[in-house]
Design a protein around this ligand. Structure first.
Ligand code: GDP
Length: 436
């Protein structure tokens, strides 16, 4: 679970996004074909030499604007310093060192985390020579590459993998569920946690987390036992009031990646907004369980809005993954907080449930017989066998004679049938069709 996070920083138009896209390319394509939805491209997963890592393009928010203020760049770099394990600083050999590069370098020189200086647009020997100039940034050695063609990225990636900190193997003293409370600023995350924990510090034990800056807080009360995954991002709250969507969403990355289940707190008076959606998507993409808490329900006029209407509205935004528990709570009046915990524990159970191969076949083969995959080009697809894979999150494989002819809608049908029969509420499911 030692998932490393890499952040790409640099001023606009140096090729951050091209590098980012290059790193996440293949996986992204897969995910998109599943959800069928286009999302912001600020976060993605990548892999090199069998090592997985997450990538944040910190320029995501300011990209394209010529008029970037120093404060904006500072924010970008601070986000990288706080959230990433390794930072890639991209500069452009064509332009040479600009004052903005110097600002970034100054911030990065103070950092103890590994920083890789990556000089972009180096595609000939001449430019290779020009790149020497970047020693002046005081960041030591650099890597040259050309993000458009991809040349040089292999060496950069080798260096990146080398730079990942040695993380101590996760010491799982207890196999407790890990819940992260996420949501945008002011949704009521802290109030929710405080309402649960109260001022009774004796029930709270801080134990060293799995990374330097993720802290688990053991919760043991009302018959519930789990670890709350807190992060520097959440604790820092008092200091930084993030208003930009991009930054507040990216601050959730580590918490989400380290959790089993995400408790997504939204503000009932504002509805399910873009940021909520992005955080939901992060959780789903990482195959985490999700529970949505519509907080501040005490402030909503019950005559004008029923929970049913509200729920319908949210589910429209969750498409196609709508099988998610939605609870209406108030951290202030402590309304339904225990219900919220119950629902979260249930999602945890759902996520780890294993369906026996015989039961699964018995049910699903009938389902398939009743409504087989449509014939393509006069060819009939036969599915004879299926099973749940022994993976940490629910994945199901169906063996077919012509797997390439089983399309998205049919996979969705299979998923819906699984969800009808077994309780996978709040849990993303993967369906694979393989040649038998
Ligand atoms: P966070 O940024 O997500 O941690 O949000 P906070 O917990 O700091 O809450 C933001 C504001 O909303 C504070 O002023 C809280 O008092 C208020 N608040 C939080 N939960 C509720 C709620 O259930 N009902 C009402 N009326 N106010 C709430």
């Amino acid at each position: 679970m030692s998932n490393n996070i890499v952040a790409i920083v640099g001023r606009p138009n140096v090729g951050k996004s091209t590098l980012f896209n290059r790193l996440i390319q293949r996986r992204e394509a897969i995910v998109d074909s599943v959800s069928g939805v286009t999302r912001d491209r600020n976060y993605g997963k990548s892999e090199w030499n069998g090592k997985e890592f997450s990538v944040i393009d910190t320029g995501g928010y300011v990209r394209g604007s010529d008029d970037v203020f120093e404060g904006e760049i500072r924010k970008q770099v601070e986000l990288a310093i706080d959230e990433a394990d390794v930072i890639i600083f991209v500069v452009d050999v064509e332009e040479g060192i600009t004052p903005m590069d110097e600002t970034v370098a100054k911030l990065l020189r103070k950092v103890t985390k590994p920083v890789l200086l990556a000089v972009n647009k180096v595609d000939n020997a001449m430019r290779e020579k020009d790149a020497v100039e970047f020693y002046n940034l005081g960041l030591g050695d650099y890597y040259t590459f050309a993000s458009i063609s991809g040349s040089g990225t292999g060496d950069l990636l080798d260096a990146l993998i080398e730079a990942f900190p040695e993380k101590p193997e996760v010491e799982v003293k207890e196999d407790l569920p890990r819940f992260a409370v996420v949501g945008r600023p002011n949704a009521g995350k802290s109030s929710f946690i405080n309402a649960l924990i109260g001022k009774d510090r004796y029930i709270v034990t801080d134990i060293a987390g799995t990374t330097r800056d993720a802290i688990d807080t053991k919760f043991d009360r009302f018959g519930f036992e789990f670890n709350l995954v807190d992060t520097a991002g959440i604790r820092r709250k008092a200091k930084v009031k993030e208003d930009l969507e991009f930054y507040s969403v990216m601050r959730s990355v580590r918490a989400i990646e380290h959790a089993d289940i995400c408790i997504l707190v939204i503000d009932a008076t504002r509805g399910f907004e873009g940021q909520d959606q992005s955080i939901f998507w992060l959780a789903e993409k990482n195959r985490k369980g999700v529970v949505i808490l519509v907080n501040k329900w005490d402030l909503v006029e019950k005559d004008t809005m029923s929970t049913r209407d509200y729920e319908e509205k949210i589910k429209k935004e969750l498409m196609p993954f709508t099988d998610v528990p939605i609870l209406f709570v108030s951290a202030l009046t402590k309304q339904r907080l225990l219900k919220a915990l119950e629902a979260t524990v249930q999602v945890f159970e759902n996520r780890k449930q294993r369906i026996s191969t015989s039961k699964f076949n018995e049910y699903m083969l009938k389902v398939i017989e009743a409504y087989p995959p449509p014939a393509t080009k006069g060819k009939y697809v036969k599915i004879k066998y299926c099973m749940q894979l022994p993976t940490p999150t629910p994945q199901f494989v169906f063996f077919a004679n012509l797997p390439q002819y089983v399309k998205e809608p049919y996979k969705r049908y299979l998923e819906n049938k699984i969800r009808e029969k077994w309780d996978f509420a709040g849990v993303p499911i993967d369906i694979y069709i393989r040649e038998k």
